[in-house]
Design a protein around this ligand. Structure first.
Ligand SMILES: [Fe+2]
Length: 361
């Protein structure tokens, strides 16, 4: 399977991963062949990308570190928190329940166990498709990435749990930012950006009285947009004023926002996102956190289309765990877009991946 933009999906392509919609219910199941009508339905539901299985991606499997089932559980808790905090006319918001926080904690704990059990695996995001799930997806991704980096940096389990809880809850205040500002496609006006920035205060206000949430988690919520050089918000803190756990969540927040940026038709690839983060390190972002991020994520996950240094095009079949920039590829014949032989970049050391391609040339 491979991920394609909806604009590049074709009639007859087979859906390789279920597509969910707003109520976390399934819109299209795996194995269904795309028809013109279904493509229209997906576009109407604002779904931008789908996993398909076509001739060149046949048999390529994605084995996500964290299963869709666990992610859906996390989405459903986050959705209930978001919706309870939305300011609606003539309705007061209710405080988040301690029982909801306990439920979320159990889930984060379960994810920590998953991460421990998959020690040598690198992480790649296989997102659940559904436009309205964007914000939940982001929160869950930031939590998972933070846990992976935290573990790489040697945090104990107790600290990991606090880190994960802060990371997943950091953006709940976005529920109080008007939808037209939050989901605006183009560039934000200054006053709109100010409104978005306010989500940090809203998040803190929503969570501050919860006894089940540690002060470390709350600190992550409050400071996750601070930058080391003082250019962040809301306080403009610098260097030592920003604790390590916060720095981890900040890097993950930016990384996840870049790779899932919905303003572009083609997704920003992981390697491009890493270059953007690299340019902000160590001035704005923590060097050790960035180095750990490089060690835990898979830059070219299975299904990625890449161009090689000799201009050949291939699709990643399998990652070489010891050398993630040198995966096993299936070469694509560009005359007829048919798959050709496999190429192990660990054996072909004169070749290297030049760039990720959003679609076949
Ligand atoms: Fe945020």
């Amino acid at each position: 399977m491979r991920l394609v933009s909806i604009a590049d999906a074709e009639v007859g392509n087979s859906i390789a991963k279920p597509i969910y919609v707003s109520k976390l219910s399934m819109l299209i199941n795996k194995g269904v062949s795309l028809t013109e009508n279904l493509i229209k339905k997906l576009i109407a539901a604002d779904i931008r990308h789908v996993y398909i299985e076509d001739e060149i991606s046949k048999g390529i499997v994605l084995e996500p570190m964290i299963s869709d089932e666990i992610k859906l559980q996390a989405f459903s808790i986050m959705k209930s928190i978001y919706e309870s905090q939305k300011i609606k006319e003539a309705r007061e918001t209710e405080p988040v329940r301690e029982s909801t926080i306990r439920e979320l904690k159990d889930l984060v704990d379960e994810i920590i166990t998953e991460i421990y059990s998959k020690n040598d695996q690198r992480y790649y995001s296989t997102e659940l498709m559904g436009a309205e799930m964007y914000h939940y997806n982001h929160s869950v991704e930031v939590m998972i990435l933070s846990l992976l980096i935290g573990r790489k940096m040697g945090l104990d389990r107790e600290k990991l749990l606090k880190l994960g809880m802060g990371a997943i809850l950091a953006d709940v205040g976005k529920s109080r930012v008007p939808d037209d500002v939050l989901n605006k496609k183009g560039k934000l006006e200054a006053h709109e950006f100010d409104e978005v920035k306010r989500h940090v205060d809203y998040s803190y206000a929503i969570l501050k009285d919860l006894v089940g949430l540690s002060s470390l988690s709350r600190q992550i919520v409050l400071l996750h947009h601070e930058k080391l050089d003082g250019t962040g918000y809301p306080n403009g803190f610098t260097g030592d004023q920003i604790p390590m756990l916060v720095r981890i969540a900040t890097v993950c927040d930016i990384f996840s926002a870049i790779v899932s940026d919905r303003t572009y038709n083609n997704r920003i690839s992981v390697d491009t996102a890493l270059e953007i983060l690299r340019s902000a390190t160590p001035v704005k972002l923590d060097q050790d956190v960035f180095t750990s991020l490089l060690q835990v994520i898979d830059v070219y996950p299975p299904g990625t289309l890449v161009e090689l240094s000799n201009k050949q095009v291939g699709i990643v079949v399998k990652t070489n765990t010891s050398s993630p920039t040198r995966p096993i590829l299936r070469v694509v014949n560009l005359e007829n877009n048919k798959p050709q032989e496999e190429l192990d970049l660990m054996q072909e050391l004169t070749l290297f991946i030049k760039k990720v391609l959003p679609k076949l040339p």
